[in-house]
Design a protein around this ligand. Structure first.
Ligand code: ZN
Length: 371
């Protein structure tokens, strides 16, 4: 199947100066010229970062996020186009295909409130960077798994475009494209959407993964990500789906009740490096995986349970370790069974000591059976 197609990119500005970018894949879609007439005042500034000396890591302090929109009624959805959501909408147009805009309540932004003085002995810095919202469809009641392969291909191109553009920002050290789905995960808006964070530092997990990849490369001359993929493919017991360009598998030491990694067969550092054939197959394979996830658990009344999940793209940092890093999609869920959530309790939250009660091989077998 060939999905590559023309995507028209239109850049605009919202009432408070934030950027909005339309990515239209529908042939004959109208020009996106609508003006945002809301009276928003000046844009919200990002806050600051505090250095956690105990762990050698940063924490973003963004007080204004307490005021952000929380599960609004449907007719006040800020992600529905203005044609359907009136004054509450962030999108001035009457409709859109895929749209990206800067978060109104940003954890990181190109402008930050730097009016902070750290007490003696402590470190802080402005939370410069980017936080963007990606709306996958204008259909409020849809979900990523309901998108067409063609639309998912557009979303892959959008993720790659955002990774490339945010990576050119001197304030951005790492780009993370992710989606949270389900109230169990803490989603504050039901409309299908994801986010892109451009961090001004390497987040803790990224830093650990990079250090491990470097150590492995120095010792063996090979990429750790490639070796892990080869081991999973050779073993096969945890492989869920495989294509010409991608393999989806439950990792050997999965931490979450349900966790799947999706890795490209070719060594690529990030989404930008994917070619047309890889992007096309990813769109089809990822949809297949998400549709299986929504069939894993069945409610007591026989109804389907849409699996709450987090899906995040681990990419090479912008300016570090690009020669040893390898692209990886991680999909994970806290749902152990109908109505049963895994909480990050004492051991996980306290010391990072993970305990799981699901066998990765059994999870993979279940997902294979759901074809
Ligand atoms: Zn909506």
């Amino acid at each position: 199947m060939r999905l590559a197609h023309e995507v028209r990119r239109t850049v605009g500005t919202l009432a408070d100066g934030r950027r909005i970018i339309y990515y239209d894949d529908t042939e004959g879609a109208p020009e996106r010229r609508a003006v945002d007439t809301r009276d928003l005042g000046p844009r919200e500034l990002a806050g600051h970062l505090r250095y956690d000396a105990l762990l050698g890591d940063w924490v973003a302090v963004a007080g204004h996020r307490m005021n952000r929109t929380l599960l609004p009624p449907r007719d006040e959805c800020p992600l529905c186009p203005a044609g359907r959501s009136g004054g509450a909408s962030e999108i001035p147009e009457a409709d859109y295909d895929v749209v990206v805009f800067e978060n109104r309540f940003p954890s990181y932004a190109p402008v930050a409130d730097d009016d902070v003085v750290a007490p003696e002995g402590y470190l802080h810095r402005p939370a410069l960077g980017r936080t963007e919202v990606v709306c996958f469809t204008s259909d409020h009641d849809s979900t990523f798994a309901d998108l067409t392969p063609r639309r998912v291909r557009t979303v892959v191109d959008v993720w790659a475009d955002r990774t490339a553009e945010l990576g050119r920002d001197p304030d951005v050290a790492h780009v993370f494209c992710f989606e949270n789905r389900g109230e169990e995960i803490g989603v504050t808006l039901h409309h299908p959407h994801g986010q892109v964070y451009g961090y001004p530092y390497l987040p803790a997990r990224t830093a650990v993964v990079l250090a491990r990849a470097r150590e492995h490369h120095e010792r063996t001359g090979r990429l750790l990500g490639a070796d892990l993929l080869a081991a999973e493919r050779a073993d096969g017991s945890r492989v869920v789906l495989t294509g010409e360009h991608w393999t989806a598998y439950v990792p050997y030491a999965a931490r979450w009740p349900l966790e799947v990694h999706v890795a490209p067969h070719r060594d690529v550092p990030d989404l930008v490096a994917l070619d047309d054939a890889e992007r096309d197959e990813l769109a089809v394979l990822y949809l297949d995986l998400l549709r299986r996830l929504d069939r894993v658990h069945v409610a007591a009344d026989g109804g389907r349970i849409r699996l709450p999940y987090i899906a995040g793209w681990h990419q090479a940092p912008v300016r570090a370790g690009r020669d040893v890093s390898r692209l990886l999609l991680q999909v994970m869920s806290v749902l152990r069974g109908p109505g049963k959530l895994k909480y990050l309790a004492g051991s996980e939250s306290g010391v990072g000591g993970w305990v799981t009660d699901t066998r990765p091989e059994a999870v993979a077998a279940r997902l294979r059976d759901l074809a």
